[in-house]
Structures are given as structure tokens and as C-alpha cells.
Write a protein that binds this ligand. Sequence first.
Ligand code: ASP
Length: 280
Amino acid sequence: MKVIIHGGFFSESNTNQETKRAKQDAMAQICEAAHKYLQTHTATETAMFAVALLEDHELFNAGYGSQLQSDGKVRLSAAVMEGHTQRFAGVINLEEVKNPIHVAGKLLAVDDRVLSGEGAQKFARDHGFDSYNPVSEQRLKEYQEKRNQANRLGTVGCVALDRDGNLAAATSTGGKGFEIPCRVSDSATVAGNYADRLSAVSCTGVGEDIVSAALASRIVTRVADGQTLKQAMERSFSEMKAYDGFAGAIGITAAGEIFHMDSHPYMVWASFDINLQVFS
Ligand code: ASP
């Protein structure tokens, strides 16, 4: 049983030591809680559990505390993929919901598994998700001061391997910040979040770069074709160099290999393999 989580990137030049320490503490606590939860739950349940905790934490750009799009609205995107059933479900640009990852989780059970905008919101309301304002004071202030650039890229994700050897990946984001309204993030696509029976991957970074690389699905495919997770990530990240792609990824294989990689430093992550490890 293993779990790895990410909290996007932070900018070394714009982040003070206090924020860094707060992120390390949050990652450690959430990763430990997820590992404990994994003892009695499936990989899919655990990936969503961890992502929901990250969504609820205002330091991260997902759920509460998400960045605002250029028209001042928060639109949330999230996806979950279960490796052994190869079911992918997601919501794109969903408004006024507390935990978009749980809406994606509900969609796993239906035929139409990726919904956007108003349709996603109606589905959420029909399934008991109350109206919720995810705008934090801090994000509103940043938006008003047009400071989103300093804090962008704090998407969250989790990959888990459960006792039955099943894998799942879940990812959730408030997007890049200041984007054109309704821009589609990679996080609720197979480029940002993908899994099969052999491996599972969640990404963060510039969504357009991640989509250009089909990053998560490409890494997972390479593992299916016989590469180790490390080889698959190294190869896929080296291909992004051609356009200076900005991305990070976390992953686990069914054999228990756990690995993370970033194209630029300062990806925020934590893992529970044998011990708890947190980015430094
Ligand atoms: N990948 C996200 C997006 O482009 C941003 C992030 O990872 O922080 O929407």
C-alpha cells in the first residue's frame, strides 16, 4: 500500500519560508492521513479522500482557495481514474461546489462521465452538493491586486496503490489563474490524470504543455510497454524539452515503484512508501 500526493509548484522567488513550511506541514499531515485511510479503503476512495483534503486547504489552488479566472469567477476542474476498471470521470469549469473531486467520483458510476459548466453544476446539485463559495479572502485580494502570477500552479493530486494491487489517480485544480473564462485545464483530461492496471499518474504545471505531451497517458503507456516508471517519466519529460514544457508528475506502479519528476524545481509533494517523505 503506497500513496503519493502533490500540491503543484511554488515559486521560490515569491514564496516566503513561512508559506513553504506551512505547505510542508500540510503535505505531511494529508499524506499521513491518506496512508492511514488506505489501510481500510480502496485506491480510488483514498485518492479522492486525499484530494478533497487538499481542496479544503486554502494554501492550494483547488477547491477552497482556488485562483480566479480573468472575469473574477472561480471555475473548478477535477478528475479521477481507476486503474483496474479504466474508468475516467471528471468535471470541467464547475462553479460553486465545495469538493469537485467528489462530483467526479459520482460520475464514475454513470455513462456520461465528463461534464462541464452548467451541466456539471446541475449534476452536482441533483446529487446533493450544496451551493458553496470557494473564493478565499487571500485569492480575492491577489485577484484585485492582479497578483495571481506569483501564486499560480498549486493544483493538487494523489496516486494510490491499495492492498488488492489496484491503482487510482485523482487531480483537482482552480486552473492557471487569470485565464480566459472557461479555458479548459489539463487536470480533467487524460493528459493530466491517467491510470491503468499497471500504473497511475497525476500531473501539475502549465496545462497547455501537459496536453501537448499527453503527459500522464504517455507515461502510463510507456510503463504498459515495459519501461520502469522512472524510465517512462524521464523519457516523457525529455520530450517536453523541445518546447520548454513546464510540468511535474507523480506516479505509482502495480509492482510498487513510486516516483515523481519535475521539469522545473519546486514541485510540492509528499509520499508514504515505507516512510513519510516530504519535499524540502
Ligand atoms: N495544470 C493546471 C492547469 O493548467 C495548473 C496547475 O497545475 O497548477 O490548469
